[in-house]
Ligand binder design. Structure first.
Ligand code: NI
Ligand code: MN
Length: 236
């Protein structure tokens, strides 16, 4: 399995069986992503909410690759009206895409499709838990504030192995709240996201990793550079 951070909240995961999972593919307008959108491949694209920095190039990539688009009910309706192959989920629900289980979980944020001429309501913002073929569970928090169910539901019930958590502040949690979320979710590995894309979300990720070390030393913080690939199986 390979995880590549494309900058901001965008990740590409290639599963052991070669399924390409793309999350929040904000590529062409993403100042921290140097990869041309034409080179991005996907079998399935997960969109956590309607904001432009997450919805990104999802339709363009799906159009070229034939990837299935997965989002909340309202985003999925939007995709299907545009003619795309789409699966609608809502908070707490799971589906299988090939051998990969995709669960939609909560996030505390908003979700309007905010880049259309007229703003389109985009349902509720979500996070995703991706369970790969061999059982490895990857949690992508989307954009969110800190909330108690990160401990009781996401941590205690779903038990992710790897978590991607926003640390940029202003629109999401900052480093302290993100470290608290990491403590509650208690993954083996955490990756900070949603920072240093724009000046308003500038953060030093080592501030976050230091908080994590203090609060929950069992969790390893992996700080990637945009474009960098991480192979968790090599870590164990
Ligand atoms: Ni957002
Ligand atoms: Mn965002």
């Amino acid at each position: 399995m390979e995880i590549t951070w494309l900058g901001h909240s965008a990740f590409e995961i290639i599963s052991d069986n070669g399924v390409k999972i793309l999350i929040d593919p904000f590529i062409s307008n993403n100042p921290s992503c140097n990869i041309p959108v034409e080179e991005i491949e996907a079998d399935v694209i997960l969109v956590t909410h309607g904001h432009a920095d997450h919805f990104g190039d999802s339709m363009e990539i799906a159009n070229r690759t034939g990837a299935t688009l997965i989002g909340n009910h309202e985003l999925s309706l939007f995709f299907s009206k545009e003619g795309f192959d789409t699966i609608s989920l809502n908070i707490g629900g799971s589906i299988f895409f090939r051998d990969i289980k995709i669960t939609m979980l909560d996030a505390k944020h908003s979700s309007d499709i905010d880049f259309m001429e007229e703003i389109v309501p985009g349902g509720s913002a979500a996070s995703f838990l991706i369970t790969l073929e061999k059982g490895c569970k990857i949690f992508h928090a989307g954009d969110t504030g800190l909330f108690g169910d990160m401990e009781k539901v996401i941590g205690d019930i779903y038990k992710p192995d790897i978590a991607m958590i926003p640390i940029g502040d202003k629109f999401t949690m900052g480093p302290f709240e993100a470290a608290m979320a990491t403590k509650w979710i208690s993954p083996k590995i955490v990756m900070p996201t949603h920072y240093n894309t724009f000046p308003v979300i500038e953060q030093n990720p080592t501030v976050f990793s230091n908080f994590v070390m203090q609060m929950n030393p069992k969790t390893l913080t992996v700080i990637l550079n945009p474009g960098e690939t991480f192979n968790p199986s090599k870590e164990e």
